[in-house]
Design a protein around this ligand. Structure first.
Ligand code: VG1
Ligand code: CO
Length: 542
């Protein structure tokens, strides 16, 4: 039976960079998840009888949340609800499935790289029929609805059996539980030269993929050890756990430290990679060399035509504003456009739909292409492997050759986590105000060329997004960018992005933090980080 349940608005349901993220106990508050899901449905039109894809990254509360979403989708009139077996779908696999099925949209249950478990984080994101995160127009409407909602609809039918493949009826809808990997794997085989990668693996090439006890485990086992023939044990931490084994499923040098240590040791295999909670991020480390995500995007763009799916060339590339300009140098050489968007994958959707960009990336370890409308961790690893299979060079050689050709964008991000929200907002407000007076000022050898609070005009739908991060740009291409995270759940996180360009032939040494030390010091003093936030060192250096 379909029930209509009276409810009252929760004041704090504003979607952030990537959906609504809160602590698990908040989502467990009676009506909290229901209100948000009903607010999503109330903001959409014309979905009666249509298909909704539902899946999550397997974190704590995933199964309970999937039952609620399925019962509400059926009660609200969706005709078909397609769920990954066990409630599992990586974010990229969900995007692929939405597109493949021609679904109306999808609901992805994940807090991505945030920690999980009973006291960890949970999240809900709505994706549109094109497969990507809902644009701001829709997330704004959802948030507005959360403020006025007074009832939600839900079926009181027994739980769906999430572990049995096949179809069952739920009110007027059909629920189908599907293999979360099959369709994704077939998409990957259409893009990459699996024969060439198999031959590379057979030649003795060794790799390690760290799934961080998160959603990519089943995908990685099936693809790297299954389809590509890598030996068992290539994939580590390959079983998704509700609390990710107590770790942060964030593939950076802090949280994927074991992989980093291995790759820097004498036992290092040829290639190391990791992905995050929901499988949309990727970390790539060669033997003895870490590949910064901004560099990875540039290297993939420069070599993409080696993969069958991109053999015809790239229409354009896009990067989020804080991402380094490394890919811009590649675009220039290729004679294609490089777009600069605000942080968050939703801003790439229109460029991909319109065929203006083929590859996209973010400094936060997100890389993807027009094959879906999300960033895609396993895809990025496969593109790397395809390139290595064709070039037969070590990762380190490829990276250094890239720098020698295009120059090097030394780049780092310093995060100050869990700082006081009001203090962080005041810091940003003062920086914003200072952008008017900074140009022309000299700090030692560093002269400010321009400063602003980044605003984006979408070339496809004409929408404007303001206040996307304060940029301080110096003569010679160096930059410091400040913005507040939109994915945290405790206090505020200040992200400081620091970049310096060294043209081909220049050499500041291999060590990034050393090469950037003047800019790092200036980034602290310019914003008054110590005085205002009480922090002398960042929580994470990426
Ligand atoms: C962070 C990253 C951003 C990414 C977002 C979602 O956002 O900086 O680049 O798109 O996470 O990634 P923020 O607002 O905290 O800086 V994921 O892997 O959560 O889907
Ligand atoms: Co993610």
């Amino acid at each position: 039976m379909i029930k209509t349940v009276a409810t009252k608005p929760f004041a704090d349901q504003k979607p952030g960079t990537s959906g609504l993220r809160k602590k698990v106990p908040v989502f467990q508050t009676p009506g909290y998840l229901e209100n948000f899901v009903q607010s999503i449905f109330d903001s959409l039109e014309g979905f009666q009888g249509e298909t909704l894809v539902v899946g999550g990254d397997g974190r704590f509360f995933n199964r309970e949340a999937i039952q609620i979403v399925a019962k509400m989708a059926a009660a609200n009139g969706f005709g078909r609800v397609v769920i990954g077996k066990g409630g599992i779908l990586s974010t990229p696999a969900a995007s692929a499935l939405i597109r493949h099925l021609g679904a109306y949209g999808g609901i992805i249950l994940s807090a991505s790289h945030n920690p999980g478990g009973p006291e960890g984080d949970f999240g809900v994101k709505y994706n549109i029929g094109a497969g990507g995160p809902a644009p701001e127009k829709i997330t704004d409407a959802i948030f507005a609805r959360t403020g006025t909602i007074d009832a939600y609809k839900i079926s009181d039918a027994p739980d769906v059996d999430l572990d049995r493949l096949g179809e069952t009826a739920l009110e007027g809808a059909t629920v189908e539980v599907v293999d979360p990997v099959a369709q994704y794997l077939s998409l990957m085989t259409s893009l990459f030269d699996f024969d060439a990668i198999r031959a590379l693996v057979a030649s003795g090439f060794r790799m390690r993929f760290d799934a961080m006890h998160a959603v990519t485990g089943p995908y990685a086992h099936a693809i790297f050890e299954g389809a590509l023939g890598a030996p068992a044990g290539t994939v580590v931490n390959g079983t998704p756990l509700p609390d990710f084994g107590g770790h942060h499923p964030d593939p950076n040098l802090t949280y994927a430290h074991d992989l980093y240590e291995l790759m820097m040791s004498p036992e290092a295999p040829d290639f190391g990679a990791a992905s995050d909670g929901d499988g949309d991020r990727n970390l790539v480390i060669g033997r003895g060399i870490y590949v910064a995500p901004s560099d990875s995007l540039a290297i993939l763009a420069a070599n993409a035509t080696l993969a069958p799916g991109y053999a015809r060339g790239l229409a354009g590339v896009a990067r989020s504003m804080p991402t380094s300009a490394a890919v811009d140098h590649v675009a220039e050489k290729l004679g294609i456009r490089a777009y600069e968007t605000p942080t968050g994958w939703k801003f790439f959707g229109n460029l991909l739909d319109a065929g203006l960009a083929t590859l996209c990336g973010e400094e936060s370890a997100g890389t993807g292409s027009d094959h879906i409308r999300e960033k895609d961790g396993v895809w990025a690893v496969l593109l790397w492997l395809n390139i290595l299979a064709k070039r037969r060079e070590p990762v380190a050689g490829l990276v250094r050759e890239h720098w020698a050709t295009y120059g090097r964008n030394y780049y780092t991000r310093h995060d100050f986590d869990e700082v006081d929200l009001a203090a962080a907002q005041a810091l940003m407000a003062d920086l914003r105000a200072a952008t008017a007076t900074l140009p022309g000022k000299a700090f030692g050898a560093l002269v400010v060329e321009a400063a602003d609070d980044f605003a984006y005009h979408d070339p496809v739908d004409g929408s404007d997004s303001k206040n996307q991060g304060v940029r301080v740009m110096f003569e010679g291409g160096s930059r410091v960018v400040y913005r507040l995270s939109g994915t945290g759940t405790v206090g505020a996180t200040l992200r400081v992005y620091i970049e310096r360009y060294e043209p081909p032939g220049g050499d500041l040494g291999e060590e990034t933090q050393t090469a950037l030390c003047d800019l790092i010091a200036l980034s602290r003093s310019l914003a008054g980080i110590q005085a205002r936030l009480g922090r002398t060192t960042p929580s994470v250096i990426a």
